[in-house]
Design a protein around this ligand. Structure first.
Ligand code: ARG
Length: 459
């Protein structure tokens, strides 16, 4: 049974049927489809289209269908074109005639958009809590790091010393923004298309505001043409997913580098690394590499859907059937990736000696310039003087702290014996004490702030 045989005299070609069928993808929305149908049955009853007995029969039947899905007993048949067809077909088998009234004033166009939005409303909190667990792992590591010092990079060149805790927390905030984005998106997902019919609205005298409320939506879509057409929420969701992927990719790329023998800043736990089938010594950071790789796949899903949407006129076009697969796949990807990343972060071991050894005195060149600023010399001049000091040290193949006071004074008479203090990386770190800086005091404030934020959100 299809939902539309009447005007056709020939059967659909087998391959065409395969191309058309969306059941393999949209059967994931089975429970949402039943939920939407339960609400619609009540709407039809309120509008006087279903008698009490008919409404009760449909509700009873839909609950049986729901049970069959929950217990895994539901059996699909080859003619089930999509999940909407399957549910109605089974309902008819279970309760007979009254099932035939359920689709009154409804189209699969408003139905599918409703199911999809309901599905997304349940996926977002799952992503949120998985993101929170990554954030907790970052906080935990930041706390454990204490005052461990590491080199900070720009252009992947040694730049200035920073606290390891500051670095860990730099990966907390992007995830906080990702969570805020998902929360913000929720308001735009929570708009009910049901009761918009195929495109022009429903002739059924249904209270759509009440319908929206009964399904947990914030509002009923105000324009039927837009309601069956709008997939902004799916594109936005994929953008959110991609941004999460890119943030985790950035962290992963750093950890791939930092766990290499050349950096040696961290040691991976065995539980989150893999070996080589050939080279016995290998301990590969596959989880971080896969995360980096999957960020690209997520981006592909986003651009794929945007490309689909770009060519479409309003309202419903069958191209829109392509919307669900990437959203489901992106969700599945993240719900595996996020717990793995949380575990890999929690179990990674920092190597403070290696981090400390990677800091050389030229990384305090800015501090040298700032030292002269403290002696009243304009920064533009001190920048050039500190630059000459760097060059002199490089030419002599010695550390900047090994140059004599006389050599410094030859570059600028304002240098005094206290100049050597600037080459202590912890002194450099301590000086960056404004909000957001890397000083222990600033980082402590930051850590307290994010801990308070997270425990507030958890409660
Ligand atoms: N399987 C379709 C989809 O996912 C459902 C809506 C079909 N509507 C229609 N008029 N054929 O978009």
């Amino acid at each position: 049974m299809t939902l539309w045989g009447g005007r056709f005299s020939q059967k659909v070609d087998d391959m065409a049927w395969m191309l058309n069928s969306s059941l393999p993808v949209d059967q994931r929305m089975a429970l949402q489809d039943v939920e939407g149908s339960l609400a619609w049955a009540n709407g039809l009853h309120g509008a006087g289209i279903l008698s009490d007995a008919e409404r009760d029969a449909i509700v009873h039947g839909l609950n049986l269908v729901k049970q069959e899905f929950s217990s895994g007993e539901f059996i699909f048949v080859p003619s089930d074109e999509d999940i909407h067809t399957a549910v109605e077909r089974r309902l008819t088998e279970l309760i007979g005639a009254p099932a035939g009234k359920l689709h009154t004033g409804r189209s699969r166009n408003d139905q599918v958009a409703t199911d999809f939005r309901l599905w997304m409303l349940s996926a977002i909190p799952q992503l949120d809590s998985a993101l929170m667990k990554v954030q907790s792992a970052l906080i935990e590591q930041a706390e454990k790091a204490g005052e461990t010092i590491m080199p900070g990079y720009t252009h992947l060149q040694r730049a200035q010393p920073i606290l390891l805790a500051h670095w860990w927390l730099s990966h907390f905030h992007p995830l906080q923004r990702d969570r805020a984005r998902l929360k913000d998106l929720t308001a735009r997902v929570s708009i009910l298309p049901l009761g918009c019919g195929a495109l022009a609205g429903t002739p059924v005298d249904v209270n759509r505001a009440a319908l929206a409320e009964s399904l947990g939506f914030e509002q009923a879509a105000p324009n039927s043409l837009d309601a069956v057409s709008d997939r902004d929420f799916a594109a936005e969701f994929l953008f959110c997913a991609t941004m999460i992927g890119i943030h985790l990719s950035k962290l992963s790329e750093q950890l791939v580098l930092y766990t290499s023998a050349e950096f040696g800043f961290f040691e991976l736990s065995d539980a989150y690394s893999t070996g080589s089938s050939l080279m016995q010594q290998k301990k590969n950071p596959d989880m971080f590499e896969l995360t980096r790789g999957k960020a690209g796949t997520l981006l592909g899903m986003l651009t794929g859907l945007l490309a689909t949407l770009k060519g479409l006129p309003s309202t419903y076009d069958k191209d829109l059937q392509e919307d669900k697969a990437p959203v489901f796949a992106a969700t599945d990807t993240l719900l595996v990736m996020l717990p793995v990343i949380a575990g890999a972060i929690s179990t990674i071991t920092p190597k403070p000696e290696r981090m400390r050894a990677a800091i050389d005195s030229t990384m305090m060149a800015t501090d040298l310039a700032d030292y002269l600023v403290g002696k009243g010399i304009p920064f533009r001049e001190t920048h050039a003087i500190a630059g000459k000091a760097v060059r002199a040290a490089i030419e002599k193949k010695i550390g900047m702290e090994q140059m004599s006071l006389a050599e410094y004074q030859a570059l600028c008479p304002a240098f005094e014996a206290d100049v050597y203090q600037v080459f202590d990386p912890m002194e450099s770190i301590k000086r960056r004490n404004a909000i957001g800086g890397t000083s222990p005091e600033s980082v402590k404030l930051q850590l307290d702030g994010v801990k308070r934020l997270l425990s507030f959100e958890k409660s």
